[in-house]
Design a protein around this ligand. Structure first.
Ligand code: PAN
Ligand code: ZN
Length: 186
């Protein structure tokens, strides 16, 4: 198997016959934003993020690695910044790197007990995501947040836990600045 692709380090785009492209539209992210009234007023077909990915081995292979670039648009639903769906890895102990090419944002990390903290993501930062941590990128800037990621090919995704329980904290705009607030569980 041909196991080389190319990246444009200025844009993060990946090139090569094995590169896969996916996109996530706003309407596919209905459950993750806290302000459902603001959500309904926005065009559901807008693409919130795209991912270029390189999976040189079959998903589930132990010992392999994947690579991907995420392009997360700037914007907000009400006061909450655009963000990725977020997930735990299905194999909980699998770690990951995120490394930022452009833009600024936050990486939300939540442990299995539901405790969430945020780390800064900015051009040049390399964020290490330990195993057992749900992870979600948030774009708090005015330009796309672009980051590369590498993760084990047997990590898999558990989106259901986040879809069901969410993260315990939200990244919202307060007085023009990003603020991490505890989610109300009304
Ligand atoms: C990343 C994410 C990517 C999109 O490659 O899959 O940023 O976010 P969601 O998967 O949460 O929609 C990664 O964390 N891979 O394991
Ligand atoms: Zn991941």
């Amino acid at each position: 198997m041909n196991s080389i692709i190319h990246i444009d380090w200025n844009t993060g785009r990946l090139f090569g016959p094995q590169v896969q492209h996916s996109e996530k539209k706003l309407k596919e992210l209905a459950h993750i934003f806290h302000d459902q009234t603001a959500f309904s007023a926005l065009p559901g077909d807008d693409v919130i993020y795209r991912v270029d990915s390189f999976k040189p081995v079959t998903a589930g292979t132990e010992g392999g690695l994947f690579w991907g670039t995420t392009f997360l648009e700037p914007g907000k639903v009400g006061d909450e910044y655009f963000m990725t769906a977020g997930h735990f890895h299905h194999v909980r102990n699998r770690a990951e790197y995120y490394a930022v090419i452009e833009g600024e944002g936050a990486l939300l990390l939540m442990d299995e007990s539901g405790k969430t903290h945020a780390e800064a993501m900015q051009k040049g930062s390399i964020n290490y995501i330990p195993g057992y941590m749900a992870h979600r990128a948030v774009n708090t800037g005015n330009v796309p947040l672009v980051f590369v990621a590498s993760w084990p090919s047997d990590a898999g995704y558990d989106y259901e836990t986040i879809a069901h329980d969410g993260f315990s904290a939200l990244m919202v705009e307060r007085d023009g600045k990003p603020a991490l607030i505890e989610r109300s569980r009304a």
